[in-house]
Design a protein around this ligand. Structure first.
Ligand code: MG
Length: 309
């Protein structure tokens, strides 16, 4: 601004003159610069009195260094972090605590040692009617629970937040109906968010309503359906939504789903509750049950286990 630096006293034209004249005087008198460490002068200008501190040094090199001292300091500080961040010991970045506890993995799709088994095919004690909390009335046969049309949805007595969930389902061998009418059921996480179960083997329906979709919210990446009558797997990683103390949604639910070992949802953001008509809603809630849908079709389930995360 204006050709000289207003923050530097030496840049001021009056000060420059003073320094210049004093230097000339001393050169005339002595033939070279003599040491004159510090001098204070008063400058009167338009009624203002400025006190100027003037520093001079005998050797031109000293003056060169001192004039640029602030720059040297700034450069030195800029390189300080880089100097100290150069860690050379590999042990310096090893973290030993906490140590993850030991879990014995299951063979194949069998539950790991720390899983909670929700359906082993021998009883329905973990389940109840979603309508009136009475005993779950689905059909137990051959190690699987099958939808009993009109018995209604069933849900777990326990509630869950973030989970890893494994389950297996089988579409009816006798194919009937089409679109949403063929082997329809569903997995409702926290009783609210539906991962669609449908027979989409050579059966077209709307993409965000087919097998592996987050119903009416997220289309699956691929269609990995097996034929009707074959057992299929879902492996689900679910992060529950977060709400603050004012019931405002601060982080949406997220879900990753493998269908028959194939990724169909990858860290998908869940927009809110599953709605058949209209838009998803986000009402604050805590943990919720796992719910299985009775859509009137004879879909079977087996080997359901969950790990709370
Ligand atoms: Mg459904």
């Amino acid at each position: 601004m204006g050709g000289h630096n207003s923050g530097d006293h030496k840049g001021h034209p009056y000060v420059r003159n003073l320094i210049g004249s004093s230097k000339n005087q001393r050169l005339e008198n002595n033939g070279h610069l003599s040491p004159k460490p510090i001098r204070k002068r008063k400058i009167n200008q338009v009624g203002l009195t400025l006190m100027v501190t003037q520093i001079e040094y005998s050797h031109p090199l000293n003056s060169f260094v001192m004039n640029r001292l602030p720059l040297f300091v700034i450069f030195s500080l800029a390189f300080l972090p880089a100097t100290f961040s150069q860690i050379t010991d590999p042990k310096a970045t090893e973290v030993w605590s906490p140590e993850p506890r030991v879990v014995t993995p299951g063979t194949g799709a069998l539950p790991p040692s720390d899983a909670m088994v929700l359906l082993d095919g021998t009883h329905l004690k973990e389940w109840m009617s979603a309508k009136d909390s009475s005993a779950a009335a689905w059909t137990l046969q051959d190690g699987a629970a099958t939808v009993k049309p009109a018995a209604g949805d069933i849900m777990t007595r326990r509630t869950f937040g973030d989970v890893q969930l494994h389950l297996e389902f089988r579409e009816p061998t006798v194919v009937k109906g089409e679109g949403q009418g063929r082997g329809n059921s569903g997995i409702f996480l926290q009783g609210r968010y539906e991962l669609q179960v449908l027979d989409c083997y050579q059966n077209r329906t709307y993409s965000n309503g087919q097998t592996g979709s987050i119903y009416k919210q997220s289309i699956p990446l691929v269609n990995a359906c097996r034929k009707p009558g074959e057992w299929q797997t879902y492996d689900i990683m679910f992060t529950a939504p977060r709400f603050n103390k004012d019931s405002i949604l601060t982080a949406p639910a997220r879900i990753t789903v493998l269908h028959n070992g194939v990724v169909v949802q990858l860290n998908t953001e869940i927009k809110g509750t599953t709605e058949y008509i209209g838009l998803p809603k986000n009402m604050a809630h805590g943990k919720g049950p796992l719910k299985l849908q009775d859509h009137g079709d004879l879909v079977s389930y087996r080997n359901i286990w969950v790990r709370e995360l």
